[in-house]
Design a binder for this molecule. Structure first.
Ligand code: FE2
Ligand code: FE2
Length: 289
């Protein structure tokens, strides 16, 4: 059957099960910008997407198309770092500098500025804007940002609360239960990957005991995943997989870098659709071959 070309997209073959992720022109350019701006952020993004891809394969309740959209969201979750000052992004330990730490954490909200006027999917927006929000506060935008704070110190985000709420409401509104569960998975993979890889010099990788203590602290903003999902994610298979992915020379990352070096992000792939509807799942799967 004749299939007209509706628009052009770029595709990139991702990771664990050779899943194909289709990128709009804008998404493709954002990914390329991350790659060019900071190699570590790019490596981290690919690794998080690899972990998310593996976990999503186990989920029965979402389609293959949706799984690929969420893997793309994981790949682009840190696009806000394109607006983070280079000296802060690459400046090492921020733990003892509250101002720099806050500046760094702003990357999530700054995603909204980067999306402005661009063709970026809802999945990408959700992951980028919510991946540092405590699980209990997804959809409670008024109190969402760094709300779990029992240290006795004033919440550094208090002055921005209104703006944050407005941004989250405007960009993504209310999340469905499914969206909450998957964005929580992305947040979890994000933090596990970063702690296990020990950026920026691979010397400071945390052991699994320490990672678990941090992620299980219910008062910490690191606690981003409901307990049911977390239990299955701490099994030995998961840990082994993360250990492989966070090795400096891992084959999943090498595979993506090879594609980028071969021009995958700058070459267009025609996207097919029929005249009646948006692209169908069958068309998508055909494309993915
Ligand atoms: Fe982030
Ligand atoms: Fe991240």
């Amino acid at each position: 059957m004749f299939m007209p070309i509706r628009e052009k997209e770029r595709k990139i073959k991702i990771f664990f099960d050779e899943r194909i992720v289709l990128l709009s022109k804008d998404e493709s350019e954002l990914l390329k910008r991350i790659h060019d701006y900071d190699e570590i952020t790019f490596r981290h993004s690919v690794n998080v997407a690899t972990i998310v891809c593996r976990e999503l394969n186990k989920y029965q309740y979402i389609s293959e198309h949706e799984k690929s959209e969420w893997v793309k969201a994981a790949l682009l979750h840190d696009i806000g770092k394109l607006s983070t000052r280079e000296d802060i992004l690459k400046g090492g330990d921020l733990a003892n500098d509250a101002i720099k730490h806050k500046e760094m954490m702003m990357h999530s909200l700054r995603s909204a500025e980067i999306y402005s006027g661009k063709n970026v999917s809802r999945h990408v927006k959700i992951a980028a804007l919510t991946h540092h929000i405590h699980y209990d506060y997804l959809n409670d935008w008024e109190n969402a940002w760094m709300s779990k704070n029992k240290s006795g110190k004033p919440n550094p985000w208090e002055p921005e609360k209104y703006q944050i709420e407005k941004t989250l409401n405007k960009e993504i509104g209310t999340l469905s239960d499914k969206e909450i569960r998957i964005t929580a998975l992305i947040s979890f993979a994000d933090q596990v990957e970063a702690m296990r890889a020990g950026y920026r010099n691979y010397k400071d990788a945390f052991d699994w005991g320490k990672i678990k203590r941090i992620l299980d602290d219910e008062n910490s903003h690191h606690n981003t995943l409901c307990i049911t999902d977390k239990k299955s994610l701490y099994d030995q298979d998961f840990k082994n997989f993360v250990d492989v992915v966070t090795e400096k020379e891992n084959t999943f990352y090498k595979n993506v870098i090879d594609q980028i070096n071969n021009g995958s992000l700058s070459e267009f792939t025609p996207k097919k659709c029929n005249s009646k509807s948006e692209i169908e799942i069958d068309d998508y799967e055909e494309l993915a071959l």
